[in-house]
Design a protein around this ligand. Structure first.
Ligand code: ZN
Ligand code: ZN
Length: 131
C-alpha cells in the first residue's frame, strides 16, 4: 500500500511518506543544507552575503532562502546576509517578511494569502522608482 506521488524536484514517482520529495532528492537537499550550515557557522564567514554563500557552497540562492524559510538556517547575526521579503522584496535578515509587512499581515488571513496578494499587486507595473 501507500500512494505514489511525483517528486516535485525531479518528477520521479515515489511512495508518499513524511517527506515531500523522493529519497534521492531528500538526500541531495540534506547535503546542500549541510554545506550551507557548515559554511555559515564559521566565524570568518560572518560577513558573507547570500551570493558568497551560494558561490562557496554551490547551493542556489533560492535553495538557501528555502532553508531560511524553513527555519533551519538562521542568518540574523549576519550583517550582510539579506534576502528579499516575501511581501515587498525589501532586503531582510530574518524570517519571511519585513517589519512593515508583518504589521500589515496582522489583519490578513494567512501568510500565504498575503504573499500571493502582494505578488499579484507587483505584476502589472510599468513604472519604477529607481531613476
Ligand atoms: Zn526527486
Ligand atoms: Zn516587506
Amino acid at each position: 500500500m501507500g500512494d505514489l506521488l511525483n517528486c516535485p524536484q525531479c518528477g520521479k514517482l515515489f511512495i508518499k511518506g513524511i517527506r515531500k520529495t523522493c529519497d534521492a532528492c531528500f538526500k541531495e537537499e540534506e547535503q546542500q543544507y549541510d554545506k550551507v550550515y557548515r559554511f555559515i557557522r564559521k566565524s570568518e564567514n560572518r560577513n558573507a552575503t547570500i551570493v558568497d554563500v551560494s558561490e562557496a557552497t554551490t547551493v542556489s540562492e533560492n535553495k538557501i532562502i528555502y532553508f531560511i524559510h524553513q527555519g533551519r538556517i538562521r542568518v540574523k547575526g549576519f550583517p550582510n546576509f539579506t534576502y528579499p521579503c516575501d511581501g515587498c522584496q525589501k532586503p531582510i535578515n530574518d524570517g519571511r517578511l519585513c517589519q512593515v509587512c508583518k504589521e500589515k499581515l496582522k489583519s490578513e488571513l494567512s501568510i500565504e494569502d498575503f504573499i500571493m496578494k502582494k505578488q499579484q499587486e507587483a505584476l502589472p507595473s510599468y513604472h519604477t522608482d529607481d531613476n
